[in-house]
Design a protein around this ligand. Structure first.
Ligand code: ADP
Ligand code: MG
Length: 374
């Protein structure tokens, strides 16, 4: 019995440790949309962290291609299930880590669904953004006798290498302004999920400005919800700061050169450039290069302090089930698999988080008990 508890603890301990310094990649497959005719999915099968795609001969002689990630969520995975594997990362923001969560994939693959939720939001539909903040509120409340936390958010859009503050209204234009990366973007204090919903709605409304029916710019811009956490230890008075970026990236699809002209071509070039800049930063961190090209794009500049050995990163890679899109799907999965195999070195730990400390103690206790038994 001891052995079993010890095993379980060790697994949990490894899970917490695992989150440090690595980029984790979770793959999520969108279901077919209601109203679409029933047909075969491009996904052949999913087995734990593996996903196998039916690939035409052009892509694979065997007619199949497999990819491995930290986790694969099939089309029936719920928002709650997806979030439950994200939770430990969120928790670490309150321990002073920087965290970055991305949604990557082609337009229509489910990025916004994962990060925010479906257009008609219900409780079950709430995406990672809302759930993450909900967890932060809950945990900070639980710790309120020892640490006093302040939580505030910024919401930005990057479109054609221009950064736009999405939280601008007459009322909050003059609220405290001390964001870390974009000094004059509004940083708005929040204390409940309903505060967050109000702000997200405002952000969505501001984001829609400039979009037309022909030009839904949300798929061609990156949007970033940044959460700043400041915790004051009530005994020692020391302050710790954590920061979390939740990023809904622009669609990763390659635009056919022949199809794109004018504004569309310019947008496509900016997206290609900023997504490759993101890749360049990640791969350069992996190779421990002394120069990391953060300054090559607004996106990587914005995320600079949350990308790299000091931070924890999670990428949700999204794919669509439609066989017509298999070319995009394969290139998405290839990029993501490359990202998932790299190690960025240990994240900075100021001290062991409460979780790790507790687990270490438990493991030591159990080992001793086991030794006594033998
Ligand atoms: P993206 O942001 O990548 O362009 P969306 O999140 O807007 O894609 O998803 C495209 C459509 O598919 C939307 O109508 C969305 O509600 C729906 N959708 C995406 N993922 C899921 C899912 N896991 N379950 C149900 N519907 C989904
Ligand atoms: Mg979207």
């Amino acid at each position: 019995r001891y052995q079993k508890v010890l095993e379980e603890n060790r697994k949990l301990y490894n899970q917490v440790q695992d989150l440090k310094g690595n980029i984790r990649v979770y793959c999520r497959v969108r279901p077919f949309l209601p109203g679409q005719p029933n047909r075969a999915s491009t996904v052949d099968h999913i087995e734990e962290g593996n996903i196998t795609i039916i690939a035409p001969s052009k892509y694979s002689k065997e007619g199949r291609k497999s990819f491995t990630f930290n986790k694969v969520f099939g089309p029936s995975a719920t928002q709650g299930e997806v979030f439950s594997d994200t939770r430990p990362l969120i928790r670490s923001v309150l321990d002073g880590f920087n965290v970055c969560i991305f949604a990557y994939g082609q337009t229509g693959s489910g990025k916004t669904h994962t990060m925010s939720g479906p257009p008609e939001l219900t409780e079950e539909g709430l995406g990672v953004n809302y759930r993450a903040l909900g967890d932060l509120f809950l945990l900070s409340e639980q710790r309120k006798d020892t640490v006093c936390y302040d939580i505030s958010v910024q919401m930005l859009e990057i479109y054609n290498e221009q950064v736009r503050d999405l939280l601008v209204t007459d009322e909050i234009r003059n609220s405290s302004q001390n964001g870390i990366n974009v000094p004059d973007a509004n940083l708005v204090p929040v204390s409940s999920t309903s505060d967050v919903i109000t702000l997200m709605n405002l952000g969505q409304k501001n984001r829609a400005v400039g979009a037309t029916a022909m030009n839904d710019r949300s798929s061609r811009s990156h949007s970033c919800l940044t959460v700043h956490v400041q915790g004051k230890d009530l005994t020692s008075g020391s302050i710790l700061r954590g920061c979390m970026h939740l990023v809904d990236l622009a669609g990763s699809e390659r635009v056919e050169k022949s199809e794109a002209t004018g504004d569309r071509l310019k947008e496509a070039q900016h997206i290609n450039r900023s997504l490759s800049a993101l890749g360049d930063v990640i791969f350069s961190l992996a190779q421990k290069n002394s120069h990391v090209p953060y300054r090559n794009s607004k996106l990587t500049q914005l995320l600079q302090d949350s990308l790299g050995g000091q931070a924890k990163t999670l990428m949700f890679v999204h794919i669509s089930p439609e066989p017509e899109g298999v070319g995009e799907t394969i290139s998405t999965l290839k990029f993501a698999e490359r990202v998932s195999t790299i190690e960025l070195g240990a994240a900075r730990v100021n001290k062991d988080s409460a979780d790790v400390k507790e687990l270490k103690e438990q493991i030591a206790g159990l080992k001793a008990a086991l030794a006594r038994k033998e």
